[in-house]
Design a protein around this ligand. Structure first.
Ligand SMILES: C[C@](O)(CO)[C@H](O)COP(=O)(O)OP(=O)(O)OC[C@H]1O[C@@H](n2ccc(N)nc2=O)[C@H](O)[C@@H]1O
Ligand SMILES: Nc1ncnc2c1ncn2[C@@H]1O[C@H](COP(=O)(O)OP(=O)(O)OP(=O)(O)O)[C@@H](O)[C@H]1O
Length: 363
């Protein structure tokens, strides 16, 4: 679908597509930048372009960052962040997204952006990808909505495989390298399903995990069948297949043990325990609390844990944090200035995400 920007169209014409009583022009917008988990992830083929075809049930969740965008006067974006480890230049996924927006629409608009990070990186949670999707949405809102949702979804594939899914309504069956997005309406699972995210200090780099992947060792489960089973019977261990677990456990051997301990330590309170995306986050569905050993044992003191819930959005609106997360976020905001300098490289070429003391373990 070719985009034709009609410069003659006055901004006001676009404003009419806004809610009538919000005709006032705004020059800044505050948005929640959500993350996602993969309830199952089948890798079905190796592609000639070096990517892999996958078939995965993605669901947006209410763990997220905060982004503020303001129309800038100049010809350069200016990005600040609470997390000193986030790149602030052209390699930030927010800036990449704004560059794509300007290239596709021909609108030479630049922005001031502040990014308040909460989502760990190298986590399999699509944190940076969610930032990129949120940036495309913000740019479109602040320039009078020149692009449709379908166009933003199409353009987002140029930024990364995990970005397009955020332009679904929140639950989507994704194929291709992640850019073919099939909205699942209504969502296949109850939105108030509690889950806990547990991420060790060490992260997984997506390319390193895919490099270790081998098609011969992938599951033979039919992904459409997995989708049907989850929709009909709910989230059960046998449906939450992730073909990237084994390669991720090769990249990060301690992750396999952590997953096993969460399963056994959960004493049946989780209906399923699985790794999200390319890792390193382990998700326990059914209870918002990690197992007791995470609190008790010294070796898990630097583990990131967070309760999370599934999140959807209304047509024509962006994601809003759930009330639970909103309350939690308030506390987190005061934590965010506690962010500490994070080493960019760790063992196995991984990157670290260090979280402030008080946010690490929820008592
Ligand atoms: C594993 C998932 O996180 C599942 O949600 C995504 O498929 C990965 O999405 P992403 O992090 O946005 O990945 P991209 O930034 O697009 O690609 C990073 C690298 O991961 C590998 N990659 C990624 C996606 C894909 N379908 N096949 C791949 O082989 C490629 O080596 C690619 O160069
Ligand atoms: N806005 C951003 N937020 C976080 N990291 C970013 C951002 N922009 C670029 N990066 C860089 O991209 C790397 C990957 O970030 P992140 O892991 O959040 O991306 P993702 O692919 O969306 O998520 P994941 O692969 O963990 O599912 C980070 O290590 C960081 O160096």
């Amino acid at each position: 679908m070719e985009f034709v920007f009609d410069p003659k169209k006055k901004m006001d014409d676009f404003a009419s597509r806004f809610d009538p009583d919000q005709r006032r022009r705004t020059n800044s917008i505050n948005l929640f930048s959500p993350s996602k988990i993969n309830l199952f992830l089948r890798v079905t083929a190796k592609r000639p372009d070096g990517y892999h075809d996958l078939a995965s049930l993605f669901h947006v969740i209410d763990l997220g960052d905060r982004l503020k965008f303001t129309l800038g006067p100049g010809r350069k974006d200016a990005l600040t962040s609470n997390a000193r480890w986030v790149p602030l230049g052209k390699d930030n996924l927010v800036i990449k997204a704004l560059d794509v927006f300007r290239a596709k629409t021909g609108i030479p608009q630049y922005f001031w952006i502040h990014l308040d990070k909460k989502v760990p990186t190298g986590a399999g949670l699509g944190g940076g990808s969610g930032n990129a999707a949120t940036a495309l949405w913000a740019a479109n809102e602040l320039t009078g909505r020149p692009a449709s949702n379908a166009q933003l979804l199409e353009w987002s594939a140029d930024i990364g495989s995990d970005v397009p899914v955020f332009f679904s309504r929140g639950a989507a069956y994704c194929t291709g390298r992640g850019e073919i997005v099939e909205d699942i309406q209504p969502p296949p699972v109850p939105l108030d399903t509690p889950m806990v995210l547990i991420k060790p200090r060490a992260s997984c780099k997506t390319p390193a995990v895919f490099k270790k992947f081998s098609l011969e060792r992938a599951s033979s489960a039919d992904p459409r069948e997995l989708l049907r089973s989850i929709t009909e019977h709910g989230i059960r261990q046998e449906f939450c297949v992730n073909d990237l677990e084994e390669p991720a456990f090769e990249v990060l051997p301690s992750l396999k043990r952590l997953k096993e301990r969460i399963s056994s330590g959960g004493r049946g309170k989780y209906s399923a325990v699985f790794m999200s995306g390319s890792g390193s986050t382990i998700v326990g569905v059914g209870d918002p609390e990690p197992p007791q050993f995470i609190y008790d044992e010294e070796r898990y003191q630097d583990v990131f844990t967070e309760a999370a819930y599934f999140l959807t959005r209304e047509e024509d609106e962006w994601y809003r944090p759930s009330r639970a997360m909103e309350a939690g976020y308030g506390a987190a905001e005061s934590r965010s200035d506690l962010e500490v300098d994070v080493p960019t490289e760790g063992p196995l070429g991984t990157s670290f995400f260090e979280r402030p003391e008080s946010s690490r373990i929820q008592f």
